[in-house]
Ligand binder design. Structure first.
Ligand SMILES: Nc1nc2c(ncn2[C@@H]2O[C@H](COP(=O)(O)OP(=O)(O)OP(=O)(O)O)[C@@H](O)[C@H]2O)c(=O)[nH]1
Ligand SMILES: [Mg+2]
Length: 294
């Protein structure tokens, strides 16, 4: 029986990993994926946002899989490998604070897995600035170095593409760089593994806070609260029960200063609940404003 490719999707908080996974799952690939999704907070928002997967999804929560959740990842892999008929591939979304090569190593040692490569997602608007950040810069740069391929998202100005690609290749010698608009979903099966000489895992520590409530939220109130969040909060994400549209889940996304509220899937049978997670580098100690979620 052929080994199952183990494909790792990494990259910093909010770069676009879940969005890419949803795109791959929704495409006409004719393959059955098992998905493992690690979210750093204590509520796995991403597991609720991954859609269109006919296969199984395993949620790894409350920590980062590269350092804290090794046993959970192992048992998740084993569960997926035991599914009959055999899945065609395992797709792993690392948390945005993970060192992806450490996770990719599982494919080299775990019976039944074969290496499927590491795709690291980079947000065109933020990657250079993040690489200079005094707290997270070393992590962000190391994530790029651990990639077999880098995928650039959110490229608005096409004229930036060449210089961004060159910059990434300066950080990570030999890596191939693609932009998301030119990345076909079957590309996840075509990642060429590079020979990474060593796997570095640093010690950037992150903090998280989550809110859950069963009462509805007004989008205007939520927006006002989001605007008041300090810039040290690197990621906000969640689903909320919108007082104005109680049929659908609403999704809140915040990456840096960019925030959006959008309509999600119908609630269906699931309980109508607001669940929002904030993540930030621990050293920055932001003050989270009181208010609707305070
Ligand atoms: N314009 C644009 N927005 C994108 C793209 N990819 C992702 N986004 C947006 O970026 C935000 C974060 O996307 P996610 O896919 O959740 O990012 P992520 O890397 O999974 O985030 P974490 O799991 O929290 O680290 C969302 O608002 C997405 O809609 C893209 O290619 N273009
Ligand atoms: Mg995600």
């Amino acid at each position: 029986m052929a080994d199952v490719p183990f494909i790792v999707i990494g990259g910093y908080l909010g770069a676009g990993k879940t969005t890419l996974i949803n795109r791959v799952l929704a495409s006409d690939h004719g393959r059955r994926f098992g998905v493992l999704v690690n979210d750093f907070g204590d509520i796995n928002i991403d597991a609720k946002l991954i859609q269109g997967n006919d296969g199984p999804l395993i949620s790894l929560v409350n920590g980062c899989v590269c350092c804290q959740l090794g046993n959970e990842l192992g048992s998740g892999i084993e569960t997926l490998l035991n599914i009959a008929p055999r899945l065609d591939a395992l797709l792993v979304e690392t948390s945005g604070v993970a060192y992806p090569a450490k996770i990719a190593l599982y494919a080299k040692t775990w019976p039944g897995l074969s290496p499927g490569g590491t795709l690291v997602i980079a947000d065109a608007n933020r990657i250079r600035q993040l690489s200079q950040d005094k707290f997270v810069g070393p992590l962000v740069t190391e994530q790029l170095r651990q990639a077999d391929q880098v995928l650039i998202t959110k490229l608005i100005d096409g004229s930036e593409w060449q210089s961004l690609r060159r910059w990434i290749q300066e950080q990570a010698a030999g890596v191939s760089v693609v932009q998301s608009s030119e990345f076909a979903s079957h590309g996840v099966f075509e990642i060429q593994e590079l020979n990474h000489s060593q796997v570095i895992v640093g010690d950037v520590v992150f903090d998280t806070k989550s809110f859950s409530a069963s009462n509805s939220l007004d989008p205007n109130d939520l927006n006002r609260w989001l605007v008041g969040l300090p810039p040290e909060i690197h990621r906000v994400k969640g689903i909320f029960y919108n007082a104005r549209d109680t049929k659908h889940r609403w999704v809140v996304q915040g990456v840096g200063r960019q925030t959006t509220l959008s309509r999600g899937e119908p609630w269906g049978e699931s309980p109508k609940q607001t669940e929002i997670v904030l993540i930030w580098p621990q050293s920055s100690t932001p003050r989270i404003p009181d208010g609707i979620l305070g």
